[in-house]
Design a binder for this molecule. Structure first.
Ligand SMILES: *Cc1c(COP(=O)(O)O)cnc(C)c1O
Length: 353
């Protein structure tokens, strides 16, 4: 009768943060950047010849790959470009974790990793972070079919020293090690220099956070020629024209404006440091962030309460109802003006108002 239901895949999807849309809201729940993309991106959109859309885009992201190669001083054939780093990571999981052994990633990290592993039927194990939410590098020395480390980690906001990342790579000559650097531009040290030493390392970054382009969907991976070729082979076995011409040209314009990039990143870092020290003064516990968000707890007020009270004021933050982190909220950085309004609410909440 309805036996077709037995043939459905039935997966548990990743649950992204809400995308509320209220005129007066302060949206701090999905780690977007409060500043607009580089001015060159606007110019690309204004000057875009719409007839260009008749043609298929280059499959290797053309000018965007050129710009990335120049910016990161790396050969074109060591760059994979995808539809946000979610696409890049998904393709990398599929291409690099095809062995039988369990892959390893922390119990508390980006929640998409386990979703891809389930979807692609990759076995996995999740070593626990220590009581201070730090990754224990020795946990990743065990035999495995691959390793994924977000550095800085989310939602904890903590960065791991590059020496520890290298120790993990050095102990895993037989696995691909993916370092997800979605937040690296806001703090921490990139593993990019290690690419010269390790051909099993894949460094993944995104335009969604530090380049203010979450809506454009651009991410990329840097790795050895062999690894990148393999990921492109998998991508081309599924959909070869993933990057639209619009995102290729806008992405290239963003990368080409290094001054704007550095300026907006340093502003976000300044706002983050300011917000954190104000929250500490108000009696909140805030982990030392190397990202564009803060992971916040109050010793007496529950995270759920804080979340609800902020929501009533149309301030949206992220709350994870998960073991070990259900008394913290994750809050992205808005503009200085927005954060001053938000801090006022945190002050009221701390006073029990
Ligand atoms: C935001 C994020 C991503 C995905 O970003 P995209 O928008 O898909 O580029 C990947 N990993 C981590 C840890 C993130 O926080």
């Amino acid at each position: 009768m309805s036996g077709w239901r037995d043939n459905l895949l039935k997966v548990e999807p990743y649950v992204p943060g809400d995308q509320p849309n209220e005129p007066d809201m302060i949206k701090l729940n999905t780690n977007e950047n409060p500043f607009p993309p580089a001015p060159g991106v606007k110019k690309v959109l204004e000057d875009m010849k719409y007839d260009r859309l008749r043609l298929y885009p280059p499959t290797d992201a053309g000018r965007l790959t050129d710009s990335l190669a120049r910016a990161y001083n790396i050969d074109r054939d060591r760059i994979f470009v995808g539809v946000g780093s979610d696409d890049v990571l998904g393709m990398a999981f599929l291409a690099c974790f095809a062995g039988k052994k369990e892959i390893l990633f922390p119990d508390i990290t980006y929640s998409f990793y386990s979703v891809w592993a389930d979807l692609f039927k990759i076995p996995y194990k999740r070593p626990a972070l220590d009581e201070n939410f730090r990754i224990k590098k020795e946990d990743y020395y065990a035999p495995n079919g691959g390793v994924v480390i977000a550095n800085p980690n989310a939602p904890t906001s903590l960065a791991m020293p590059l020496g520890d990342i290298e120790d993990i790579i050095r102990h895993n000559p037989d696995s691909v090690v993916i370092v997800d650097e979605a937040y690296i531009d806001f703090g921490g040290e990139s593993a990019r220099p290690l690419l010269e030493k390790y051909d099993n390392l894949l460094v993944v970054q995104t335009f969604s956070k530090s380049r203010s382009m979450a809506g454009m969907r651009i991410g990329f991976a840097l790795g050895s020629k062999e690894l990148i070729k393999e990921i492109y082979s998998v991508r081309n076995s599924y959909n070869s024209y993933t990057m639209s011409m619009v995102s290729i040209l806008c992405g290239a314009a963003a990368v080409d404006d290094d001054a704007y990039f550095k300026k907006t990143v340093s502003e976000v870092v300044g706002i983050r440091n300011y917000t954190r020290s104000r929250l500490l003064e108000l009696g909140y516990d805030v982990l030392e962030s190397a990202t564009n968000f803060l992971f916040v707890e109050h010793p007496e007020i529950s995270a759920k309460d804080i979340f609800e009270k902020l929501k009533k004021k149309h301030i949206y933050v992220r709350y994870f109802n998960a073991p070990r982190i259900n008394n913290r909220i994750r809050m992205s950085m808005g503009t200085k003006e927005e954060m001053d309004k938000v801090l006022l609410e945190f002050e009221r909440i701390a006073k029990g108002e």
